[in-house]
Design a protein around this ligand. Structure first.
Ligand SMILES: C[S@@+](CC[C@H](N)C(=O)[O-])C[C@H]1O[C@@H](n2cnc3c(N)ncnc32)[C@H](O)[C@@H]1O
Length: 213
């Protein structure tokens, strides 16, 4: 495992388009988290799958979670950007380059751990996570296989009764995502459209890990 800090990365100047995307997407994610706050835990350990530039993982940490943001991207651009943004917002943040032996942040600690790797292989203990989020994630493999692998891993690491929150780029994927969650054994699967004027119409889906297998 290699820990990387911003000194080693030389803090490259962020690209303007990354900053714009980060700010716009952060607003969307904050809206989702606000509108669903009654259905989400108020703290603990959260995992943001496909964290990209870090908006979800940072938003969750700013709400009191210890968050793990995991992304498979190999450009060496997204996660360093996320690390810089997390530290700018006053969070304790680290980036690790493999998913082995993660130095897990303590629940409720307002820390962010960014992990470069496949969320389907995330090395987090079973039954240890209070919330999984996946904001606008699509993948390199066929959507069904990709999501099934990731969601199966999420099901294992979630605590019994804990939620998974998925957003889709558009409402047309709602049925696919809900069917997949139900097929894997998630319960209380529900969805709602989120309409933000001037922004993509999206869909938010929530499911819960059952208490009994
Ligand atoms: C459309 S971007 C969304 C990023 C961010 N969540 C957002 O809201 O802007 C999807 C991200 O998922 C990541 N991703 C795709 N498959 C993944 C996997 N199996 N494990 C981890 N990350 C994955 C991609 O690298 C990409 O950064």
């Amino acid at each position: 495992m290699v820990d990387v800090d911003s000194e080693n990365l030389g803090e490259p100047l962020p690209r303007a388009e990354d900053l714009r995307h980060f700010q716009g997407r952060t607003r969307m994610i904050e809206t989702h988290l606000d509108s669903l706050s009654g259905q989400l835990p108020i703290g603990g350990l959260a995992v943001d799958v496909g964290c990209g530039l870090g908006m979800g993982a940072i938003a969750l940490a700013n709400r009191g979670f210890a968050s793990i943001g995991v992304d498979i991207d190999s450009s060496n651009r997204l996660l360093p950007f996320a690390l810089t943004q997390a530290r700018k917002s006053g969070l304790v943040a680290n980036l690790t380059l493999t998913e082995e032996g993660l130095p897990l942040p303590l629940p409720n600690s307002r820390q962010v751990l960014l992990v470069h790797g496949d969320a389907a292989d995330l090395q987090v203990a079973d039954n240890s996570v209070d919330l999984v989020t996946a904001f606008y994630v699509s993948g390199p493999r066929s959507e069904r296989d990709h999501w099934t692998d990731i969601a199966q891993r999420c099901l294992r690491v979630l605590k019994p009764g804990a939620p998974i929150l998925i957003t889709t780029e558009d409402g047309s994927r709602e049925g696919l995502a809900k069917g997949m969650l139900r097929g894997l054994g998630f319960t209380s699967v529900s969805s709602e459209p989120i309409r933000t004027p001037g922004v993509l119409d999206t869909c938010v889906i929530i499911g819960r890990k059952p208490f009994a297998p």
